[in-house]
Design a protein around this ligand. Structure first.
Ligand code: NZQ
Ligand code: ZN
Length: 380
C-alpha cells in the first residue's frame, strides 16, 4: 500500500424525509442559486421540498442543466450568479447537475482569463470556489461526495474533467425515495457506473491492500445482489437505499486509498459520449471488458481474485464473461454495434484526439492513442 491522504469533507444526510435538513445547513443570509436539470425535480416533489427548506432566503433559480452538462450553459449560470450577487449554490438532481454546480462554483471566483482553462488544466489552477450543497436524485456518479466534475463543450465536442478540493459539496442530502421516479434505464446506468468506479480502483495488480480489495469486492457484490430489486418497476426502499450508498462509497476516495488506479475505461468512454452522445454508463459497459481483455496479462491476478470472490468463477476470462453477463442481465448492451456505431470510425477519431493530447492512461500509463484504438476495435 502506498502512502495516502484521506480527506472527505462532505457531510452526508441519508434517508427518508431528509430534505428539510438543508434548512439548518444553509445560512439565512445566503443568497442561493438553485440549480436543476430538465424538470424531473418538479415532477417528483423534490422541488417543493427544497423550496420549503430554503424559505426565508433569497433564491434565484437556474433550470435546464443538460445530461452531460454543457460548458456553454454553465457560463450562463455564472453570469446570472454574478448579476444577482449569489453566494451559495444548491444543486438538485443527478450527477450532471452536481457537476455543473462544481464548475459554476469554481468559474464564479476564477481569476484567469478563460474559464475553459479550469478543464484544460484538470483543475490545478482552481484557488477557490463558492460553497455548494446538493440534493442527489440519481445514484451513479459519486459526485455528491467527491471533488470531481465532468463538463462537455458543445462547440468542439470535447468532454473534460476537473478535480479540486474546493468543490466538495459542504453537504449532500441522499433520500432514496427521490429515486422512485427514475426511469429503469437510469437505475441501470447508475448500477453500471458505480460498478465501473469500483473496478477502476481495483482491477489493476495486487498492491498489498487487502482491506481496499475487500471494500471494493463488497460494493460490487452488493450491487450484483440488489440489482434485480433495484431495477424493479415498483421501487423498493431498501434496495434503492443500498444502491445509493454503494454509489457514494464507490467514488468518495475511500476504496482508492493507497492503491494503483486505472481509469482508461472512463477516459476513452468520455470520448464516446462526446462524439456519439452515448450515456456515460453505456460507454463503460462497452469498454471495460475490452480494457480488461487487452490488459489480461497485467490484470490476471486481480481478475482471478475478483471472479472467484464476486461471481464464484475461476480464471481471468471467466471473470470478464461473468461481468458482461451481469451487464446483459440488467439490460445493458456491451458492443458498439448495439448502438450502430462504426468501430473503425470511433477508433480513428479517438486515436487522433488522444495523439493531439499526448494521452496515456491505465495503472501503468501504457494505454496511449494506439492502444485505445485497438480496444475500441475489439468492441465492434
Ligand atoms: O434533467 P432532469 O430532468 O433532472 O432528468 C435527469 C436526466 O435526464 C434524470 N433524472 C435524474 N434524477 C431523476 C431523473 N429522472 C427522474 N427521477 C429522478 N429522480 O436522469 C437523466 C440523467 O441524469 P444525469 O445527471 O445526467 O445522470 P448521472 O447522474 O448518471 O450523471 C452523468 C454525468 O456525470 C458524469 C458523467 O460523465 C455525466 O456527465 N460523471 C461524473 C463523475 C463525478 N463527478 O465524479 C464521475 C462519473 O464517472 C461521471 O463521469
Ligand atoms: Zn463514471
Amino acid at each position: 500500500m502506498e502512502n495516502f491522504i484521506f480527506h472527505n469533507p462532505t457531510e452526508i444526510i441519508f434517508g427518508r424525509g431528509t430534505i428539510p435538513g438543508i434548512s439548518s445547513r444553509v445560512d439565512r443570509k445566503s443568497r442561493v442559486l438553485l440549480l436543476y436539470g430538465g424538470g424531473s425535480i418538479k415532477k417528483n416533489g423534490v422541488y417543493e421540498q427544497v423550496r420549503k427548506a430554503l424559505s426565508g432566503r433569497r433564491v434565484v433559480e437556474f433550470p435546464g442543466v443538460e445530461a452531460n452538462p454543457r460548458y456553454e450553459t454553465c457560463l450562463q449560470a455564472v453570469k446570472l450568479l454574478k448579476k444577482e450577487k449569489l453566494s451559495f449554490i444548491l444543486a438538485a438532481g443527478g450527477g450532471s447537475v452536481l457537476d455543473a454546480a462544481k464548475f459554476i462554483a469554481a468559474a464564479a471566483l476564477f481569476k484567469g482569463k478563460d474559464p475553459w482553462d479550469i478543464l484544460r488544466t484538470s483543475g490545478s489552477n482552481v484557488r477557490s470556489a463558492l460553497p455548494i450543497g446538493a440534493v442527489l436524485t440519481l445514484p451513479a456518479t459519486g459526485s455528491e461526495a467527491n471533488s470531481n466534475s465532468v463538463i462537455s463543450r458543445e462547440a468542439t465536442k470535447e468532454k473534460l474533467h476537473f478535480s479540486s478540493p474546493w468543490v466538495y459539496p459542504r453537504f449532500s442530502v441522499l433520500d432514496p425515495e427521490t429515486t422512485y421516479s427514475l426511469p429503469v434505464k437510469q437505475v441501470r446506468n447508475g448500477i453500471v457506473d458505480s460498478f465501473a468506479h469500483v473496478m477502476e480502483q481495483y482491477m489493476t495488480f495486487p498492491a498489498g491492500a487487502p482491506l481496499q480489495d475487500r471494500f471494493a469486492e463488497g460494493i460490487v457484490q452488493t450491487l450484483v445482489e440488489i440489482a434485480p430489486r433495484a431495477m424493479d418497476r415498483k421501487p423498493d426502499y431498501h434496495s434503492r437505499a443500498s444502491l445509493m450508498w454503494c454509489s457514494t462509497l464507490a467514488l468518495n476516495n475511500l476504496i482508492g486509498c493507497g492503491v494503483p488506479q486505472d481509469w482508461a475505461t472512463h477516459m476513452i468512454g468520455h470520448e464516446l459520449t462526446a462524439f456519439y452522445g452515448l450515456d456515460h454508463a453505456e460507454t463503460l459497459a462497452i469498454l471495460m471488458p475490452g480494457v480488461w481483455k487487452f490488459k489480461l496479462k497485467t490484470k490476471k491476478a486481480k481478475l482471478g481474485q475478483f471472479g472467484e470472490r464476486v461471481f464464484g468463477v475461476k480464471g481471468a476470462n471467466a471473470a470478464i464473461k461473468a461481468t458482461e453477463e451481469f451487464f446483459h442481465s440488467i439490460g445493458m448492451p456491451t458492443r458498439l454495434s448495439d448502438y450502430r456505431i462504426s468501430a473503425d470510425e470511433a477508433a480513428e477519431r479517438i486515436r487522433a484526439r488522444f495523439t493531439e493530447r499526448k494521452a496515456a492512461f491505465g495503472e501503468h500509463g501504457d494505454i496511449g492513442p494506439g492502444e485505445a484504438a485497438k480496444i475500441i476495435l475489439s468492441r465492434r
